[in-house]
Design a protein around this ligand. Sequence first.
Ligand SMILES: *Cc1c(COP(=O)(O)O)cnc(C)c1O
Length: 444
Amino acid sequence: MTSQRPTSSDPRRAIPSTDRLLALPEVVAAGQRLAPQVIRRLITELQATARRGEIPPEAVEPRTVEAVQTARSSELSTVLNATGVVIHTNLGRAPLSNPARQALQTAAGYVDLELDLDDGKRSKRGAWAQAALLAKAPDAQDALIVNNGAAALSLATTALAVGQGSPEVIISRGELVEIGAGFRLPDLITSTGTRLAEVGTTNRTTLADYRSAITEHTGALLKVHPSNYWIGGFNATVTTKQLGALAAEKGLPLVVDVGSGLFEPDPVLPDEPTIAQALRDGADVVISSGDKLLGGPQAGLILGSKAALHKLAKHPLARAFRADKFTLAALEATLNAPSTPVYDALHADIEVLYARSSRIAEALDADVVPHQGRVGGGGGAGVPLAGWAVSVPESFARRLRTGSPAILPRVAEGRCLLDLRCVPPGHDDVILQRLKDLAAEDAA
Ligand SMILES: *Cc1c(COP(=O)(O)O)cnc(C)c1O
């Protein structure tokens, strides 16, 4: 085997050594932010690039300095959401309000999560977040906070389906839904050994269907809001109120998964079920997500009767699903804040959207076109959010996404559309400047 070692005349010998690069003052300074192995990896990569002849040996040193100075501790990037989709799953669903962001900062250190600072004794974990939740839902007797809506549903059905023999919950065939990305609620529920007793048909289910399905195995009745689809035409569903009455008559708990976490009715979303109404209609347990319409952190919110919540809290899965301090802190701050970015985006004034879009379009000689935003995130299925978009060439889209900050537009019908509904107003000028730069690039 012939040796691949560089000879004395080989330019690769001029590649600076790792020790030399590590001793550069800028590299030493970067050691405050980056772990040694991260810095070594950057150096090794650049040396390898030079060895392959892709950059000259003398470029390794300046490139190392540049690499350590621009390297970030987290690759997560801020994105300006110009899609008009309010709860954008690929963008992390709900953006948090400023109070919630501050709460996350506080939670990052040692905090009195399970400690009463008054008497120095252990206290109930996250009691303040729970209190804020109960203040928002006065019809609930008790509340529990878990990791997400899926965990909440799994915990509720598992802990309550304790009928004799093989426990089961009764659900309408019209509510066996897939929420997104292959996440199917029936699979989740049955994964803990709970059986589903399916009643009715896809389009029609009656109260009699539920009634006749109740056996000694029945542990609970379940109603799921099919967040992302709706049935028109010949159909029938049983209301929460009717199910609540049947559950009470049979002494069974009724679990209602409302999905999106709307506490009170919202005229923008007339068909969205609310937590308050589900409780008033007789649900023993109401489940929702924290990062959909509530506009908070990822969380599963469980509200309901003392007896039912006690069973859930005692179940071993409650510990596996329990929310961390960040969730509890951000959730409490969200509940106590006057508004959320999600609420503001959903209720954006169409005149204001037009004025903002026009100001950008005029500066660019571009068009403003009508554009329908969406609620997104498996909520408000089919509800259009009338608004406007700045229309620029499709070729802008990729450059907008890959610039800094990243700007995510919508690409449709051969155009790149920027809907400002979910863009904080203070960022309009950032978008305008980037569009100007891209237009100038193309004109050059
Ligand atoms: C979104 C949703 C879920 C899942 O909640 P996650 O917080 O995403 O886990 C469950 N049920 C319904 C009806 C939903 O809309």
